[in-house]
Design a protein around this ligand. Structure first.
Ligand SMILES: [Zn+2]
Length: 94
């Protein structure tokens, strides 16, 4: 059984969580000035790395809050979880 640490509730079974996409995707401020290609890039293009990946997760069957996690896409190991608006432990601002 895989346990995931919700930053609000603590360790819980993975069945309580839902994946919610790549983390730290900032919505463009002036969307009316974007080209169609830039808008499509914001909407659809994601990094899909092999290795450490910063992701959003939803604690759907718990506190129902979103949070971020750093998950290795090869081993599935989650090395850190942290609240929305925070940076991963050990990393400065990006
Ligand atoms: Zn929770």
């Amino acid at each position: 059984m895989l346990l995931i640490e919700c930053p609000y509730c603590g360790l819980r079974d993975e069945t309580e969580f839902s994946y919610a996409g790549e983390a730290h995707i900032a919505r463009p401020v002036e969307t009316d000035k974007l080209s169609d290609a830039e808008w499509a890039d914001y909407l659809f293009m994601r990094s899909n790395p092999k290795g450490a990946h910063r992701e959003q997760w939803l604690h759907a069957a718990g506190c129902r809050r979103y949070f971020n996690a750093v998950r290795d896409t090869v081993t599935y190991n989650i090395s850190a979880t942290y609240r929305i608006g925070e940076q991963p432990p050990g990393e400065g601002k990006r």
